[in-house]
Design a protein around this ligand. Sequence first.
Ligand SMILES: Nc1ncnc2c1ncn2[C@@H]1O[C@H](COP(=O)(O)OP(=O)(O)O)[C@@H](O)[C@H]1O
Ligand SMILES: [Mg+2]
Length: 228
Amino acid sequence: MIIDVTDRKRAERAGRETEELLATVLERQRIAEDLHDGIIQSIYATGLAIKECRRLIDDGRPDDARDRLQDTITMLDVIMRDIRNYVAGLHPEALRDLGLSRALLELGRDLELNQLASVIVNAAPDLDGALPPQVARELFHIGREALANVAKHAPGAHAVLNLTRANGTVTLSVHDDGPGFDAARAASGRGLRNIAERARRAGGSMAVETAAGQGTRITVRVLLPASA
Ligand SMILES: Nc1ncnc2c1ncn2[C@@H]1O[C@H](COP(=O)(O)OP(=O)(O)O)[C@@H](O)[C@H]1O
Ligand SMILES: [Mg+2]
């Protein structure tokens, strides 16, 4: 049999080009998701804090307004730092410095401090070492988006985030006692789609349980590698 070397080389090159193109498209998608889930949520929260300042001024409470303004300045500093780190291709600062469990605890604390939601975070610290960094990163973003959704769509609700591990599976769930929503109608939301996509990328799956007036529960399950 005669193999045409030129044809084979051409086919190999075309294959490589397709792979590179696909990698570029996936990378762009990842950047769009990261911006939506991370930096944009933080800016949104800062905007809410500034609105709160306006309300405090209108209420004749300039000292409280000044305190809240100081908080928003700190929030903007963190956002700037996160953008710099993101551009440098690093993980969110908190995740890198603290590990997943403590980073999630901090996230809940920030939302509480900013009075955006009442949050309880139960996260087992012994989990951190068992998670591949990519999985920890996806779970962090998932937790952040789910909590941001409580602050945004269920203001005043109580949220609980649980991070547990059993039988080789790590489970992240966020539930709240807010108004809930029609899951079929909201299926097109970018945030929930990102959660599903991140769960899939981490090798797991995501489920939403909600109904009008019944609160919301997001559950993500990821199978850990056999060695973990
Ligand atoms: N915890 C929640 N409580 C009430 N409604 C929610 C909650 N999470 C999501 N939703 C609803 O689902 C929709 C889609 O959410 P999402 O995909 O995160 O998009 P976004 O937050 O950008 O609107 C929201 O617009 C909201 O109507
Ligand atoms: Mg959202």
